[in-house]
Design a binder for this molecule. Structure first.
Ligand SMILES: Cc1cc2nc3c(=O)[nH]c(=O)nc-3n(C[C@H](O)[C@H](O)[C@H](O)COP(=O)(O)OP(=O)(O)OC[C@H]3O[C@@H](n4cnc5c(N)ncnc54)[C@H](O)[C@@H]3O)c2cc1C
Ligand code: FES
Ligand code: FES
Length: 480
């Protein structure tokens, strides 16, 4: 049984653990405000806020309920658009709007209305977060919400108004602040205590069942099969969570979600462009669900985290827990996980518990580049990452990855070896692209022809050097 709070109600649900929260909300709990659009995480019509207990308070994140399995809902506070208001307007029988809803109305930001609950939920989530809200941040919060009527300008204005109203937010006590300022109803104040009273789910999981991270890949690829599948959810396993630095290594739990990478102070210290890189990956609600391990194990040749972590020369740990106390763990380089198209060196029962890499030093340079049909909320046509260790002007060590140019995520070992010992110069970069061309084998598909992908990778390779050494390179010198 799954026990959770749905707005101000406690729900005990016997729906199969593979059922999506969206279906439970609409068909079992009869709350139709959460809309169905694509069922693939793309449109945001089904967005809800998911509150989780952390260090004695509740943290809320937006997620797409069409990809959220009931197995990942136990012990959480789920907030739908109906849960954002609780008072009937003074006798009129109409619900009082919260300030975000009012801004949407005032700015004419809704037409057919199918997308509106998703936008309202995502924007209201800003009032509950521990980040200061700016116009840019409010607009980023709706990067997973699509509207086909308004043309977005009116929604942008509503986001700006809402951000202005949230400018005085107390980032230390956001929930109390949001209650006091009418963004969420009074019952939010008691949620933390109510969540504490929900006991851990019965450990009825068969450890040999298929592993579930955030479900953002599984529910797109195998939606129907998942609904009644026996599954082994991993996001409750605290050993798989978190980011830590130990003995010069950065160790990231396999169930860490992209959103946590984005807000990690540790990572920001070592990767000044972290935000720029991670904002190219999916959208806010998907980043709040999708795990790094899920990205590696789904073995997509264009996985963005896969490209980043291969270039970091990362090592993964795979653990076999099938027999408690008798399991074993093994380590291998992430680049060696990939054997062929969607074939990986991993047994079904092995859990990817962590990924680790040497923390960058002052002579390290790292960059990630991606080209997709849309800049945001799209998977790559081609992506690439690079890590260089420098000694003066010379490359001491190099690791380069590329996605979309072979059947597997590609470690460009020959190109990396070619760079070692060479000076950073346009001649080196031009010569390296010739080596690179010989070690890729792109195919023509919906994302472009093989020739186009070769060209894209060459451009991304140039982009790495233009980005990392802006004072030394000009694009024309590289192309010449
Ligand atoms: C709208 C949308 C946009 C997206 N955009 C991008 C994008 O821009 N870039 C990108 O790279 N991807 C993108 N994705 C794909 C997806 O979100 C990511 O690959 C994500 O990281 C998958 O993680 P997950 O936890 O959701 O995986 P899941 O769906 O839970 O699992 C995927 C696979 O990994 C296995 N698995 C999960 N965790 C573990 C573990 N700890 N140990 C062993 N096996 C495990 C599962 O059994 C399954 O085989 C997008 C997806 C959607 C729906
Ligand atoms: S229905 Fe489109 S994101 Fe869920
Ligand atoms: S108002 Fe119709 S889709 Fe946004």
């Amino acid at each position: 049984m799954t026990e959770f709070l749905l707005n101000d109600r406690t729900v005990r649900s016997n729906a199969p653990l593979g059922t999506t929260l969206l279906d439970v909300i609409r068909y079992n709990e009869h709350l139709p405000g959460t809309k169905i659009g694509c069922r693939e995480g793309d449109c945001g019509a089904c967005t809800v806020l998911v509150g989780e207990q952390r260090d004695g308070h509740v943290e809320y994140r937006s997620m797409t309920s069409c990809l959220l399995a009931m197995a990942n809902v136990h012990g959480k506070h789920i907030v739908t658009v109906e849960g954002l208001t609780d008072e009937l307007a003074h006798g009129a029988g109409v619900e009082r709007l919260n300030p975000v809803q009012q801004a949407m109305v005032d700015q004419g930001a809704t037409q057919c209305g199918i997308c509106t609950p998703g936008f309202v939920v995502s924007l209201t989530g800003c009032s509950l977060s521990s980040e200061a809200v700016t116009k840019e941040l409010a607009i980023r919060a709706v990067d997973g919400n699509i509207c086909r009527c308004t043309g977005y300008k009116s929604i942008e204005r509503a986001a700006e108004v809402a951000a202005g109203l949230m400018a005085s937010k107390d980032v230390k006590e956001p929930v109390q602040w949001a209650v006091a300022h009418g963004f969420v109803p009074g019952y939010f104040a008691g949620i933390v205590e109510r969540l504490k009273r929900i006991s851990a789910p019965p450990s009825e999981v068969d450890p040999t069942s298929p592993l579930l991270g955030g479900g953002t890949d599984l529910y797109v690829q195998k939606h129907d099969a998942m609904l009644h599948a026996a599954i082994h959810p991993l996001n409750k396993e605290h050993a798989l969570m978190g980011i830590r630095i130990e003995n010069g290594q950065c160790i990231i739990g396999g169930a860490t979600v992209a959103g946590e990478l984005l807000t990690s102070q540790e990572l920001r210290e070592y990767f000044p462009n972290l935000e720029k890189h991670l904002l190219l990956v999916s959208s806010t609600p998907i980043r709040n669900m999708g795990t790094v391990a899920g990205n590696f194990v789904n073995a997509s040749p264009i996985g963005d985290f896969t490209a980043m972590f291969i270039a970091l020369d990362s090592t993964i740990t795979l653990s076999n827990e099938a027999a408690p106390g008798q399991g074993h763990a093994r380590k291998l380089k992430l680049k060696d996980l990939y054997l062929g198209y969607k074939q990986i060196d991993k047994k079904p029962e092995e859990i990817l518990t962590s990924v680790q890499f040497n923390v960058p030093g002052k002579h390290t340079r790292f960059n990630f580049e991606k080209v997709s049909k849309r800049t945001y909320l799209d998977i790559a046509s081609v992506n690439s990452a690079i890590r260089l260790e420098l000694e003066g002007d010379t490359v001491r060590e190099a690791h380069i990855s590329a996605g979309g140019v072979a059947a597997t995520p590609k470690y460009l070992g020959n190109t990396a070896s070619f760079l070692v010992g060479k000076p950073i110069s346009p001649e080196t970069v031009r010569a390296a692209t010739k080596v690179m061309n010989d070690e890729i084998a792109p195919i023509s598909d919906a994302r472009g022809t093989a020739d186009y992908k070769r060209l894209l990778l060459r451009q991304l390779f140039f982009a790495h050097f233009l980005e990392l050494f802006p004072e030394r390179f000009k694009l024309m010198e590289l192309v010449a």
